[in-house]
Design a protein around this ligand. Structure first.
Ligand code: C5P
Length: 239
């Protein structure tokens, strides 16, 4: 896979016009366009089709967390929409993950298409150890150990990979092996603003640690010249 194919651009905008303008500008230098709950809530699934029609692959980042039957049915819909990857919460349980993985594979084979990569969200990076203990009532385990346990469970359930913080890449890669996809946000080139991201990693460091895909938003979308910013990151990845 080329360096540019590993970049996932977070399209954190409100309207399809803004999203389409960014895709037009960046197609060819971005591997995957991420549609999260902000954009999806505004445009609905039509944005996935529009980006596909422009030649872009789409990560539908809606972090499903529901009963197995409901998540599996949503997975079938996203498979028919031809999305490239989507995610579910590992905390939804092994049965839910197993069902969605199996039904996505079944739907793709029925349509003779490639199944989307189904990723598990482990521990949200906004959650601290204290919150984990006092608000989610999971104690006696570090965030990293919990992320690894959930990643292993996702793998056993048949999921393609995880979304995790750069801090967890090394441990998850070691536990889950080379074929398990690792997607990581919290990426900042040395020259970019940190914004509200706290524990950050450069694009190069994340790939060196074993990430398959890096999620980057504002360093590109809010740059004066987004295309130039993307090309600069690709240059650093290829160096
Ligand atoms: O603009 P920025 O590069 O910070 O965007 C990062 C993207 O990754 C956003 O869409 C954000 O929601 C997502 N993300 C994150 N941290 C997580 C999970 C997702 O920044 N732990």
């Amino acid at each position: 896979m080329q360096a540019r194919d590993r970049i996932v651009l977070a399209l954190d905008v409100n309207t399809s016009q803004e999203a389409v303008a960014l895709v037009k500008d960046l197609i060819g230098c971005i591997g995957v366009f991420k549609v999260g709950m902000q954009l999806f809530s505004s445009t609905g699934p039509d944005i996935v089709k529009r980006i596909n029609d422009m030649g872009g692959r789409v990560f539908v980042d809606l972090k499903f967390h529901d009963i197995p039957n409901t998540v599996a049915a949503a997975g079938r819909v996203l498979t028919r929409l031809n999305c490239y990857m989507f995610n579910v919460h590992a905390a939804g349980g092994k049965e839910m993950m197993g069902r969605v993985a199996a039904e996505v594979a079944d739907e793709a084979s029925r349509l003779s298409t490639e199944p989307p990569l189904v990723l598990a969200v482990t521990v949200l990076t906004s959650i601290s150890r204290l919150e984990l203990e006092n608000e989610i009532f999971i104690s006696g385990i570090t965030l990293e150990d919990l992320a690894v346990k959930w990643a292993l469970m996702a793998k056993e359930a048949g999921l393609s990979g995880v979304v995790c913080s750069p801090q967890e890449i090394t441990a998850i890669r070691e536990a889950c092996g080379q074929d398990f996809k690792i997607v990581t946000p919290g990426i900042r080139p040395a020259w970019a603003e940190k914004n509200d991201q706290k524990r950050i990693t450069t694009p190069r460091q994340a790939l060196d640690m074993g990430a398959d895909f890096i999620v980057i938003g504002r360093p590109i979308t809010e740059a004066e010249n987004p295309r130039e910013a993307a090309e600069k990151i690709i240059g650093e990845l290829e160096a």
